[in-house]
Design a protein around this ligand. Structure first.
Ligand code: PMP
Length: 305
């Protein structure tokens, strides 16, 4: 990943990809206190366009605020830098990764002279959970690791350190032969995947966990909006693991995962063990939307050029 051509936006400058380095005493590397985003730009007839850029940038600033980190840029500047990172790398479609972190100006938890640095990288990234799984669906395992408690880490923040929990869960699921983990909250209710929000469908009604220990996903919000506009009823509420076993359809949403059907949980087929009609319908609406093939919500696409 480090050894490739291209440029990375680093503290306001475009640095050759291979030279975008940091010191080993970088504070965030030691303690995990940093914030990041995952954003996609899609190929559209009007050229590459970033999906819901202002919403992602806003969450980035919210995350920083929650962690008490002051970002020395405006939201407009960060949004512009994201567009620049896609443009300067000549990408037709992209995954964009802004990250703000504390530098190596001091060490220890009490360091008070730390500078906040910002990098924005962009590269081509296909289907995160496998192109074939967008149609076939994935096999999921309930994790033995609970999702964050709201008062242990701050779940609204997309913070670097939170992903220890995600990676423990994902490593366990993959080692056991599954594609992804489903994490329950500390009360035992369904929270989310390691990097995705969760939905189920039963009798035509869509259900998704309330935003307590799950991240406020931008894709979650987009899919809920598209679903409501298509006339589906959506209920946000606590969901139990056995409800998932007996639902008709289930799927994950996320910037990386997009809309990915779940065909199995804990070796029990979901519905008929393949993508269901509601999931397929929402996928169609979602992909048409992000690729600029729908007239609704033009405000969700920000051209890169
Ligand atoms: N939950 C977690 C833990 C995530 O990392 C992500 C990816 N950012 C999501 C949910 C989905 O959020 P979004 O749709 O904004 O990418």
């Amino acid at each position: 990943m480090a050894d490739r051509d291209g440029v990375i936006w680093m503290d306001g400058e475009l640095v050759p990809w291979r030279d975008a380095r940091i010191h080993v005493l970088t504070h965030t590397l030691h303690y995990g206190l940093g914030v990041f985003e995952g954003i996609r730009a899609y190929h559209t007839d009007q050229g590459p366009a970033v999906f819901r850029l202002p919403e992602h940038v806003r969450r980035f600033f919210d995350s920083a605020k929650i962690l008490g980190m002051t970002l020395p840029w405006s939201q407009v500047e960060v949004a512009e830098a994201c567009r620049q990172a896609v443009r300067e790398n000549g990408l037709k479609s992209a995954y964009i990764r802004p990250m703000a972190f504390y530098g190596a100006e001091g060490m220890g938890l009490r360091a008070d002279n730390l500078q906040v640095h910002l990098i924005i990288a962009a590269w081509e990234w296909g289907s995160y959970l496998g192109a074939e799984n967008i149609e076939r669906g994935i096999r999921v395992r309930t994790s033995s690791f609970a999702r964050h408690h709201v008062n242990v880490t701050m779940c609204r923040a997309k913070a670097n350190g939170h992903y220890i929990n995600s990676m423990l869960a994902l490593q366990e699921a993959v080692a056991c032969g599954y594609d992804e983990a489903l994490l329950l909250d500390t009360d035992g209710f369904v929270a989310e995947g390691s990097g995705e929000n969760f939905f189920l469908v039963r009798d035509g009604v869509i259900h998704t966990p309330e935003l307590a220990s799950a991240l406020a996903g931008v894709t979650r919000d987009a899919v809920m909006t598209l679903a409501r506009e298509a006339g589906y009823e959506i209920r946000e509420r606590r969901i139990t693991r056995d409800e998932v076993y007996v639902c008709d359809e289930a799927f994950f949403t996320g910037t990386a995962a997009e809309v990915t059907p779940i065909r199995e949980l804990d070796d029990r087929p979901i519905g008929e063990g393949r993508r269901g009609p509601v999931t397929a319908d929402l996928q169609e609406r979602f992909f048409a939307q992000v690729e600029g093939r729908r007239e609704a919500h033009p405000e969700w696409l920000t051209p890169v050029a």
